[in-house]
Design a protein around this ligand. Structure first.
Ligand code: PMP
Length: 286
């Protein structure tokens, strides 16, 4: 079960994967990424991740990479690593060129890098008891819908959360609109239905968010996609984060106050069970 890297067509130990210092991802954050996880030897939601990758690259006017080539590279790395519960990190930069804000000349090859490692699971206790979070001002740029590697505000907010002794931070705009977590989307529950931020340039269109929306449609749970503020967040019956590794993670406390009863709520629990069922169906498929 080796941890491996892929760099522009070659597979190697991660420590041997070297990118030139003038890579635009390194100089400008001019790179996009994805993170795909597997369960029991099967990749979960690979095609939606490829859709989002293509969209991110398109929004930044990257030369498109053939989808089949990207998929084959992912599947080849996955097959070689033989890690049943793997996380594949994939990063594509606009390539290597002398430092200049303007895009490099046409024909500059993109840099395509991946790593594969076992997923670091969330502690079971966090899932049983729910996590705590703080709210922070959203300092990010105006295109959070593009999955770029420019994550410094996310890193700063996560660090602020850890220093406050909690699991994560929730971004709230300067005008008071609740956005999402540092690496997850956020849903709140009120009177038996859910509310989540709509898909706008201010949040990432999470793959797990979409899976949760699909689950809710199948289960007859209403989801309102609309803006909500700190006071609605504070008076929610439940709140939960969604993400590829986060899955569905209940928030028990926000800014030091309990969310609802302060325990993992019934809607979050039910939706998480449905997500695990979908994962089980995938793992048992041929
Ligand atoms: N929002 C942000 C800011 C994220 O970084 C992530 C994870 N990449 C998500 C939401 C959740 O996305 P996904 O469900 O595709 O992992």
């Amino acid at each position: 079960m080796p941890e491996l890297a892929y760099l522009n067509g070659k597979i190697m130990p991660i420590a041997e994967a070297m990118v030139p210092a003038e890579d635009r991802g390194y100089n400008f954050g001019d790179a996009v990424y994805e993170y795909v996880a597997s369960y029991n030897g099967k990749l979960f939601c690979l095609e939606p991740h490829l859709d989002r990758l293509e969209r991110s690259m398109g929004e930044l006017a990257f030369v498109p990479l053939p989808r089949d080539m990207v998929r084959d590279a992912i599947l080849d790395l996955f097959a070689k690593a033989l890690i049943p519960r793997a996380g594949i990190y994939l990063q594509i930069s606009r390539g290597v060129a002398p430092r200049d804000h303007a895009y490099p000349p046409a024909g500059t090859p993109l840099q395509f890098f991946m790593t594969i490692r076992p997923v670091r699971e969330k502690p079971p206790e966090l899932r049983e008891k729910g996590a705590s979070a703080i709210t922070v001002t959203d300092l990010r740029w105006g295109r959070c819908d593009i999955k770029t590697v420019q994550l410094l505000p996310n890193c700063m907010a996560k660090q602020q959360a850890l220093e406050a002794g909690v699991f994560d931070a929730i971004f709230v705009s300067a005008e008071g609109v609740v956005r999402e977590g540092t690496s997850s989307n956020l849903f709140i529950a009120k009177n038996g239905h859910l509310i989540t931020h709509p898909l706008t340039p201010q949040i990432l269109p999470g793959i797990t968010r979409q899976v949760v929306m699909d689950i809710c449609r199948d289960e007859g749970i209403t989801v309102e996609e609309r803006y909500y503020d700190r006071s609605e967040l504070a008076s929610a019956d439940e709140a939960f984060l969604t993400g590829t590794v986060t899955e569905v993670l209940a928030l028990a406390r926000i800014d030091g106050r309990p969310v609802g009863s302060g325990a993992v709520g019934p809607l979050g629990k039910r939706i998480y069970r449905c997500l695990l069922d979908r994962i089980k169906d995938l793992s048992s498929a041929p």
